[in-house]
Structures are given as structure tokens and as C-alpha cells.
Design a binder for this molecule. Structure first.
Ligand code: SF4
Ligand code: SF4
Length: 350
């Protein structure tokens, strides 16, 4: 059981305040090459979608954890939760657009939405690939969640789970005391159900993100290290490791500012700009839907309250052709997606 869950919300509750700091630094005088300019030099501005095929749906900000770097600023006391009515609107859009083949359910802890299982089942009836961003500890948080591995198995849902590192210290420092031990138990339960095991077709992917103000190391190297460490010590199997870069928003932005790391971190991101990663950023094939049904280019723009530029900004008015033709909103935070091997919800992109 997780022992300490301190409330740890972002000090920067206002999205405009965050954008101001991201663009100009904490003292208002920090100047970096604008991201837009970098895209221009790569012939990518204005940034346009490719084929939109992924719906990433945030079904609520409630979470049983309060991780230090959470870009959603999620926690047990968050009340924002997607209603069944909005879910029905999402289902209707999926029914009308078979090209939206993948549905990525995220939160908070998506499982804490009381309609989560119903929603996932309805999406599966539409024959879509469903991914759930499961934080692992939710499986151990309460008896009513113990059977989640069986539920995921029954519906052939892909599980993607954060495990910031394969040691207790580094994981607990970022996610809370006791998180590592509960995560290991949850991973063993998922393995018992067949996830991550060869020949089952049940996918279990893990996510690494850096514990401090640095870029992730090579995804392939880290994956080998994780596989060996988790197998030798705990007998755990998984499919792939996604190494992601922390974007300078929400609690991670707080962290950068309070540790005086903001400017140095941003410079690192800019210096590591990779045009190949820029060409493959996830907002080019994904639409992000907020808990209240509003539409965004990605989960990060969602947290900064930057709604899509097309006329239809809500799921109830969804128009794929308009979204396909829109300009994606970019800003200095986007450097987090284009540094080094790039970063997305599926890990490196270049
Ligand atoms: S588990 Fe995920 S959503 Fe919950 S607080 Fe941690 S990072 Fe945020
Ligand atoms: S932050 Fe969002 S909009 Fe910017 S590049 Fe990344 S995915 Fe695209």
C-alpha cells in the first residue's frame, strides 16, 4: 500500500501564467529561438496534421497518486471527470470515423472514472485498438480494482504503465513512498494474466521519464537495462520501454523553477532540436479530448488550455476534415517533443 500521498499540486494553476513563463522564463527576460522559427528552418511551419488516426481521451484528472512531475496535476482530490454523456459523444464520433483506429485512454488514473469499464467495452465493440495508461498502483489500491488485469485481458486492451526506474529509490522519489513495491506487485499480476508474456498477444509497455532536469538516455539501452533488472530481481516480463522527455509544464515546470533549472533545461532542449523528431511529433496523427469534451492538439496543449484552431472545438461538433486542415498550435514547450530522439506517448519518434 502507498504510505504517503502528500497533496502536491502545481503552484502554477493558471495556464496563461505557465505559458508566459514557458515563453519568457520566470523573470520575463529569458529569450530562446522561438520554436516556430526552428520549424520554419525544417520546412514544417505551420505544423500540419498527417493522417489523424488516434483519439487520446483524458477521462478525468482524479488519480490515486500525486507524482512530482505530473503534467496533468492529477491527484485524489481532483474533481474533473468525463461524464457518460461526453463518452457517448466520443463513441458517436468513433462510430462515424472508422479511420480513428486507436483509442488511448488516459487520466489521472482512468480506472477511477466510474464509467471507465463501460466506456472501454463500448469502444471495443466498435472494433478499435484500446490503450490504457494504467499507473499500476491503482490495481493494488482497492479490492474493486484487483481484477483489472482480467478485465484488460478479456477485452484485449494494451497496457502502458509508468515505471520511472527499475529501483525503489528513484521511483518512490518521483511517485511517492511505496509506489515501487506496489508497482512491482501489479506488474506480476499483469504477467500472471499473460501481459508482456511471449505468445499471448497481450501487450504491456513501460514508460521511463527522467527524475531530474536532464534528457532521457537511449531508449534501446534503457530497455535492455530494465528488462534485465526487472527479470533478475522480480521475474517480470514486458514488451517495450518508452523513454519520454519531461515537458516544461505544470508540476515539472514548478520543479524546474524552484530548483533554478528552468533556463538550463530549456537550453538543453533547444540545443538538442532534431528535425526528424519534429516531423514525427504525435500531434500530427492524434487528437486529444479533454475530460469536458474539448479538443486539443495533444495532452500538453490540453493542460495549457490551448484548444484546437479549427471552428469545431468540442467533441459534440467534431469535424474531421476541419481538424485535418488545421494548423497545430506550437510554443516553446514543444521543444520537449523534438529533443534528441524525440518524445511522444509512444516514446522516441526519431
Ligand atoms: S500516476 Fe500519472 S496521472 Fe497520476 S499523478 Fe502520477 S503522473 Fe499524474
Ligand atoms: S507539445 Fe503537443 S503540439 Fe507541441 S510538438 Fe508536442 S505534441 Fe505537438
Amino acid at each position: 500500500m502507498i504510505k504517503s500521498l502528500k497533496a502536491q499540486h502545481s503552484l502554477l494553476s493558471d495556464a496563461r501564467e505557465q505559458i508566459e513563463i514557458i515563453e519568457h522564463g520566470a523573470n520575463g527576460e529569458f529569450a530562446l529561438i522561438p520554436f516556430q522559427q526552428k520549424l520554419e528552418t525544417s520546412n514544417l511551419y505551420p505544423l500540419k496534421p498527417l493522417q489523424i488516426g488516434i483519439f487520446q481521451i483524458n477521462i478525468g484528472k482524479m488519480c490515486n497518486q500525486t507524482c512530482r512531475h505530473c503534467h496533468v496535476d492529477a491527484g485524489p482530490d481532483r474533481k474533473e471527470i468525463m461524464t457518460k454523456e461526453t463518452m457517448i459523444q466520443c463513441l458517436e464520433v468513433l462510430r462515424q470515423h472508422p479511420q480513428l483506429q486507436t483509442v488511448d485512454l488516459t487520466g489521472g488514473a482512468p480506472e477511477m472514472n466510474p464509467n471507465f469499464r463501460w466506456f472501454a467495452e463500448e469502444i471495443k465493440k466498435l472494433d478499435r485498438h484500446v490503450i490504457v495508461r494504467c499507473n499500476l498502483t491503482i490495481i493494488r489500491a482497492n479490492k474493486k480494482y484487483y481484477d483489472l488485469p482480467q478485465f484488460y485481458k478479456q477485452h484485449h486492451i494494451e497496457v502502458v504503465s509508468s515505471l520511472p526506474f527499475y529501483t525503489q529509490n528513484r521511483t518512490d522519489r518521483q511517485r511517492g513512498d511505496g509506489v515501487f513495491a506496489d508497482s512491482i506487485k501489479a506488474l506480476q499480476m499483469l504477467n500472471e494474466a499473460g501481459f508482456g508474456m511471449e505468445g499471448t498477444g497481450l501487450i504491456l509497455n513501460l514508460v521511463y521519464n527522467p527524475a531530474g532536469a536532464f534528457l532521457p538516455p537511449s531508449q534501446a539501452t534503457l530497455e535492455s537495462e530494465y528488462k534485465e533488472a526487472l527479470m533478475v530481481k522480480y521475474g517480470i516480463h514486458f514488451n517495450n520501454l518508452f523513454a519520454i522527455t519531461n515537458l516544461p509544464i505544470s508540476r515539472y515546470l514548478d520543479y524546474l523553477i524552484t530548483t533554478n533549472n528552468y533556463e538550463a533545461y530549456m537550453e538543453k532542449l533547444v540545443n538538442a532540436y532534431n528535425p526528424t523528431a519534429a516531423a514525427n511529433v504525435m500531434c500530427r496523427n492524434t487528437i486529444s479530448i479533454g475530460w469536458d469534451g474539448h479538443l486539443y492538439d495533444c495532452d500538453f496543449n490540453q493542460m495549457l488550455e490551448l484548444k484546437v484552431t479549427s471552428d469545431a472545438k468540442h467533441i459534440k461538433d467534431f469535424k474531421l476534415d476541419q481538424l485535418q486542415a488545421r494548423n497545430i498550435i506550437v510554443g516553446q514547450h514543444c521543444y520537449g517533443c523534438t529533443a534528441g530522439a524525440g518524445s511522444s506517448c509512444g516514446g522516441a519518434v526519431a
